[in-house]
Ligand binder design. Structure first.
Ligand code: LLP
Length: 419
């Protein structure tokens, strides 16, 4: 677990704030992030990259709260976006448009127009259709769109099938073998300027080798393009570095760069990266309270006030995320619990078979909830979404208020009476 979490007097702290105090102030369920952890995780990339010419584009999808984006923008981060909504968030948070790369399998003309208008760094194009649409959209505005082609290098990232993206059979990118042809066509388009190549092979990758294999394949392509007279400015290796949820032996950013950077030695292209999870996952937790403890003779259930609508990862990917009491309960007996939410689905669990010494009313902390947590939350079962809080030293800031019933029905309309 990240070093911004500590235990003091049998109480869990994030930086210098007791999680119990946050739960008292903001209620549960509640997402809490450490500003310092976000900063440290981002700086680990900067430091590991050293003199290598680079642009770190934080993957907004992993946690898109405005205050999180602002924290990263202030550190000089670029951003990897996948929608018009993410673009507006980055701009609202003070992000620099010229450091944005726009990924995503099928961008709309409306999103392209806005991105061209604000002058993003480049579009990561994933199909010929998209390339043609971008050329036409840029022509309307008399602009030239900077393009990087997302290729599919066909490497096995050895991660969960739902978050593996670089295999031949996935929907992402363009087959690397067909890429030269597409580059040639792109180079001839009036409103396209070819600037880079990119790939993203998957997420929660805990080995370095798949990244290196992907880079080696990209480099073969870059040489081939060069011999065709197409010279690129950057190589984007995507995101995907895994984090420790349980006891995964995850390489550090420094380990990863120590193997990757020698591959780029002496080359003129700059390196673009799109990390998400490795910046935000272990910078955040989800606080929740045990509502009911019950047993069916086979299993003990701790029914908490957070659910799959707040944190979908366990239900969707069978992801294991650590759960601990935020305060020691000396009068509770340890037992094995399935920690589940109140949503009407058997799949609504946060953790199974967890040894915990807890009682009703105790508060728990679900770790590593800073990435793919709030952003994947929903209002299923008409549950207002949880608030988000940022800790900075001994200060706490509410960075998103708990939703109200008014928020829940915003935009809905009753039919006219008598219709
Ligand atoms: N770049 C692109 C084009 C991506 O599709 C992604 C993530 C990233 C960068 C950032 O990858 P990261 O560094 O965060 O691994 N919801 C899943 C993860 C989905 C990842 C989707 N793409 C989960 O909770 O495990």
């Amino acid at each position: 677990m990240h070093n911004t979490i500590s235990t003091r007097h049998q109480n869990l702290y994030l930086e210098d704030v007791a999680l119990d105090d946050i739960a008292n102030q903001f209620g549960t369920p509640c997402f809490v992030y450490s500003k310092d952890a976000i900063r440290q995780n981002f700086m680990a990339y900067k430091e590991a990259l050293g003199d290598q010419d680079h642009l770190i584009c934080y993957a907004v999808k992993s946690n898109s709260n405005l205050a999180v984006l602002q924290t990263l923008a202030d550190l000089g981060a670029g951003f990897d976006i996948v929608s018009g909504g993410e673009l507006e968030r980055v701009l609202l948070a003070g992000g620099d448009a010229s450091k944005i790369v726009f990924s995503g399998v099928a961008k709309t003309a409306t999103d392209m127009r806005r991105a061209l208008q604000v002058g993003i760094h480049c579009f990561n194009v994933e199909s010929e259709t998209e390339l043609a649409l971008l050329n036409a959209t840029a022509a309307e505005q008399d602009k030239v769109a900077a393009v990087s082609v997302r290729v599919n290098p066909d490497v096995d990232a050895k991660t969960h099938p739902y978050i593996s993206t670089g295999l031949k059979e996935n929907k992402f990118g363009i087959d690397i073998n067909l890429a030269p042809e597409i580059y040639q066509r792109a180079a001839q388009m009036d409103n396209i300027s070819v600037v880079g190549v990119d790939c993203h092979i998957g997420s929660q990758i805990t080995e370095i080798k798949p990244f290196i294999d992907a880079m080696d394949r990209l480099l073969v392509l870059v040489s081939e393009l060069e011999s065709m007279g197409i010279r690129l400015n950057h190589i984007d290796i995507g995101g995907g570095l895994g984090v420790r949820y349980q006891n995964e032996d995850t390489p550090t950013v420094a380990d990863y760069m120590a193997e990757l950077l020698p591959r780029l030695e002496g080359r003129h292209e700059s390196l673009v990266m799109e990390p998400g999870r490795s910046i935000t996952a272990n910078a955040g937790v989800l606080l929740m309270e045990v509502q009911t403890i019950k047993s069916n003779g086979l299993n003990n259930f701790a029914i908490v006030d957070a659910a799959m609508n707040d944190m979908l990862r366990p239900a969707l990917y069978q992801a294991w995320m650590d759960i601990q009491p935020i305060k020691h309960n000396s009068s509770a007996q340890e037992a094995t619990y399935d920690v589940v939410g109140p949503v009407c689905e058997t799949g609504d669990f946060l953790g199974k078979g967890r040894p915990l010494a807890i009682a009703e009313g105790d508060r728990l902390c679900l770790f590593s909830a800073g990435a793919y947590g709030f952003v994947m939350s929903s209002n299923y079962n008409s549950r207002p979404r949880a608030p988000e809080v940022m800790v900075d030293g001994d200060k706490t800031y509410l960075i998103r208020a708990r939703e109200t019933i008014t928020d829940l029905v915003r935009g809905e309309q009753l039919l006219p009476t008598g219709s």
